[in-house]
Design a protein around this ligand. Structure first.
Ligand code: R5P
Length: 296
């Protein structure tokens, strides 16, 4: 089966790694903007009857969405057999209900839109909270991969005596699987969100782990308010060695600097979003999934 992979400009490194592993060509495409800000897309490679993969990590999604839709429609017009979206980070998953009257349920609207333009979606640890699976909102086949085992292996190789900590109840899914994999102890904190950048965290008993390295694990680090609050509490309780691990390095505004300023030993993320903290490479997992479950 003939396949080709295209990527948004900022995902070129990940794309290179994928095409090397999958032994498929990297497609030639131009994504740019006209002086007035309108998007321009030109697919230069031959794609007729091919399985077309588009790699686009959807952090800061709004400027990327129009080019994505233009790409998909153009690829169909040029005779692509199917168009598969690989979005290592999937945006708009956190607003999964109307918390106040009149609020848009972003996750559902975004899912409906992408489902109209792509034949399948491959993603890594989407923020599933009130939805159990993406099938509740996406009408196309979705392939969800998990970074927890790679995270667990990184911890095992790099941290002596870790205690894994979830800063909120949603993070339990990753923390539990990672802890089980390396047989490490774990704790889950309780978080109350007061605003976009304001959270309160209550900490269970940590006395037994004063001599361990506390490894905070969360799916997304955005404003970093969750991590910063958790770090503050741990420090107040006398924990000295703290490492923060996030799957998706959003780091809005100065979030990364603010988290660093707390004095944590290390901040580690996966390369679903390219960032200086990206240490854990998840491209192999994506390549394996494409090879095993999909169309090569
Ligand atoms: C929310 O429930 C997620 O699991 C993360 O805890 C959250 O997205 C982190 O956001 P922030 O860095 O803005 O606190």
């Amino acid at each position: 089966m003939s396949s080709i992979l295209f990527a948004l400009p900022e995902n070129q490194l990940f794309a290179k790694s994928l095409v090397d592993q999958l032994k498929i060509p990297l497609g030639d495409v131009i994504f740019r903007h006209f002086p007035d800000g309108d998007s321009y897309v030109r697919i230069k490679s031959e794609i007729k009857d091919k399985e077309v993969f588009l790699l686009a990590s959807l952090n800061q999604p709004d400027p990327k969405v129009i080019p994505l839709l233009f790409f998909s429609k153009t690829a169909k017009t040029l005779g692509a057999k199917k168009i598969h979206l690989i979005a290592p980070y999937l945006a708009y998953m956190r607003q999964d209900k109307a918390f106040n009257p009149g609020e848009a349920i972003n996750s559902r609207i975004f899912a409906t839109l992408l489902s109209q333009y792509f034949d399948t979606l491959i993603t890594i640890d989407p923020h599933l909270h009130r939805y159990k699976t993406l099938d509740e909102i996406y009408t196309i086949p979705t392939y969800v991969l998990h970074a927890d085992i790679l995270i667990a292996e990184w911890i095992q190789q790099n941290i002596k005596k870790p205690v894994l900590i979830g800063p909120d109840v949603e993070s339990k899914q990753w923390v539990l699987r990672a802890a089980n994999h390396i047989k490490a102890p774990y704790l889950i904190f309780k978080k109350t969100r007061i605003g976009d950048r304001d959270v309160q965290i209550s900490v269970p008993h940590i006395e037994d782990y004063q001599h361990n390295t506390a490894v905070l694990i969360d799916d997304i680090i955005s404003s970093a308010a969750t991590m910063i609050e958790a770090v503050k509490h741990l420090k107040q309780l006398g924990v000295r060695k703290i490492v923060c691990i996030g799957i998706h390095a959003i780091f809005a505004g100065n979030a990364y600097q603010e988290l660093k300023a707390t004095g944590v030993e290390r901040i580690i993320t996966c390369n679903t979003i390219l960032h200086e903290s990206s240490t854990i490479d998840v491209s192999g997992m994506v390549a394996d999934a494409i090879r095993a479950d999909m169309l090569l």
